[in-house]
Design a protein around this ligand. Sequence first.
Ligand SMILES: [Zn+2]
Length: 275
Amino acid sequence: MFDIKIRLINMLGLLTIIVLIGLVLDYRNIIKRPMRIGMGLAMLGITAGIFLTLSAVLPENHVFGRVFSNKETTQKVVALTFDDGPYPPYTGQVLDVLKEYHVPATFFVVGQNVEKYPELVKRISVEGHQLGNHTYHHVDLLKVDRKVIAEEIDNTNKAIVAATGISPHLMRPPHGFRDPAVMEMMAERNLKVVEWSVMSRDWTNPGVDVIVERTVNKVKNGSIVLLHDGDGITSQASRMQSVEATRRIIQILSAQGYRFVTVDEILDKTEDVKG
Ligand SMILES: [Zn+2]
């Protein structure tokens, strides 16, 4: 019963009712003096709805609980993250590029793809990269109930353990969407929720130059960069642009003095030790 209060969809439903009541009160000229209380109530409801929705979708926001989207540090470190795989041939191509430049990265994998391509997931792990959970079917966790959320997380962790022997402790909800129930369930499982601070929208395939430019222009010390080696569970779109962009992002940022690390390593960085 308590659950009703902490799902975003239910909070928005309640606010919609409040807005409607406010508008009706205003329309029927009820309590209009000294202030338009009904209209005030409606505006408050709309503002609260916008605030809660932004809290659920913005990657760098802690209203519903602590998320990790970057690390404040003076060290020139950056973490590349790849979502939605494994997805041949692109995951392998990304791994080839990372290997060529000795760059560790973090892969947030989709459970169903892990079960299809366990050998690719094993390769990710063996080559020194970190793995995180990105749900089993790449579902929007705001739209499903607690039972489904639990299955999506737990089945993906099981698939990753079966492929690599390692249980992940990082989770990135699809699209970064979360609400209090989602955050609570992650906490129960000791999963850190990882978002991002740099996003190029590479999944729309806007062109290699655009992906590279949007990324390198935004990277700062401690950035977590979102890229895609996969395409959810449909696995239809090409990730060729992301593969090529990864190579150039590594070249440019390396030349600027950046060092690449996994998400765990970037979060472990101590705050600015001077001297
Ligand atoms: Zn995703």
